[in-house]
Design a protein around this ligand. Structure first.
Ligand code: RIB
Length: 336
């Protein structure tokens, strides 16, 4: 049986009202009382009842955003869209970098519950089972973004990754590429799976198709460098690379430059995401641009509407990405 606020008051030797003031950081609380209450909360592992709390006290007007890698500009643009929309509605954003294999390190979930956030936007794809149970029991509404999570959510917003990747590969073929390699992201992530599937569906009928034209990365620049080295060792006559995200495509540009291989003349390169870095690489990178800022804005809009009206207009929102053609695929002599 979990501890109640009365158990905390009894153990701390104070009134329930004092415990409530400590929990809500409201009204005058002596340091001695605050310390005794916090000690009792820790000893009893007391967790305020979310449902009761959200019914009895004013909303905190706070939203938590979970992302898997804040160092990737895709997620910082996503966060910008969420934050600007949340702020425009008077909400504060708590940003959490979440690694689902993070185990105890991930105290975010407990922090989120203790902070009584009104809603969660989850862009990290996978919640470890322990955290998934905590979120479910907390009754905090959750909107999933970008990566389809393996848990029940009230609303999910993402792009058509299959359609976007198909556009990328067909564009490379239109540019005259024959032997196109693919650097795919981690296959436990839905976005990476859909992009790999599209690549295989487009290339399968090509006479040059081979499983050795596909190699894995982890959505980082370094993995793009390593994957490109692997593809070149397997296929020195490669003439195109589709990378499952822009960071790996930037790694590919780096690896090709180190070998004196000309892009796009010898090998054309296309990425996926549309992060702003693609405008400053040399050559500038062709990519499949996601409406990333808009996805973040839409997620915040949907969640805040749910917090006030308790329903979502749409439970599944699938958006289109768009091909942005730049120097890295403009094969000389091929009309665009
Ligand atoms: O660059 C990070 C990748 O992970 C993006 O393609 C995004 O779709 C996410 O799934």
């Amino acid at each position: 049986m979990s501890a109640t606020i009365r158990d905390v008051a009894k153990l701390a030797g104070v009134s329930v009202a004092s415990v409530s003031r400590v929990l809500n950081s409201k009204g005058y609380i002596s340091t001695e009382t605050k310390d005794k209450v916090e000690e009792a909360i820790k000893l009893l592992k007391y967790e305020p009842n979310q449902v009761a709390r959200s019914l009895t006290v004013k909303k905190t007007k706070t939203i938590a955003l979970f992302v898997p890698d804040i160092t990737n500009p895709f997620f910082s643009t996503l966060a910008k869209g969420v934050e600007e929309q949340a702020n425009s509605k008077g909400f504060t954003l708590i940003l959490c970098n979440y690694d689902e294999s993070g185990g105890e390190k991930n105290s975010h979930i407990d922090l989120i519950k203790q902070k009584y956030v009104d809603g969660i936007i989850f862009a990290a794809g996978k919640l470890n089972p322990r955290d998934a149970v905590k979120i479910k029991h907390s009754k905090i509404p959750l909107v999933a973004l970008d990566r389809i999570p393996d848990m029940e959510t009230e609303c999910v917003i993402f792009v058509d990754n299959y359609k976007g990747a198909k556009m990328a590969v067909e564009h490379l073929l239109d540019m005259g590429c024959k032997k196109i390699g693919h650097i795919y992201g981690p296959q436990e992530i839905s976005t990476a799976r859909d992009r790999l599937l599209a690549y295989e569906d487009v290339m399968r009928d090509s006479p040059l198709y081979s499983p050795s034209l596909m190699t894995s990365g982890d959505f980082t620049i370094e993995s793009g460098i390593e994957a490109t080295k692997t593809l070149l060792e397997r296929h020195p006559d490669l003439d195109g690379i589709f990378a499952g995200n822009d960071m790996m495509a930037i790694g590919a540009l780096k690896a090709l430059h180190r070998r004196g291989i000309k892009v796009p003349e010898q090998i054309a390169v296309c990425g996926f995401d549309g992060i702003s870095l693609t405008e400053v690489t040399n050559p500038e990178l062709t990519t499949v641009a996601q409406p990333t800022y808009e996805i973040g804005k839409l997620a915040a809009e949907s969640l805040i509407k749910f917090i006030s009206d308790l329903y979502f207009n749409e439970k599944i929102i699938k958006l289109d990405a768009s091909l942005v053609i730049r120097e890295s695929t403009k094969k000389i002599g091929v009309k665009l």
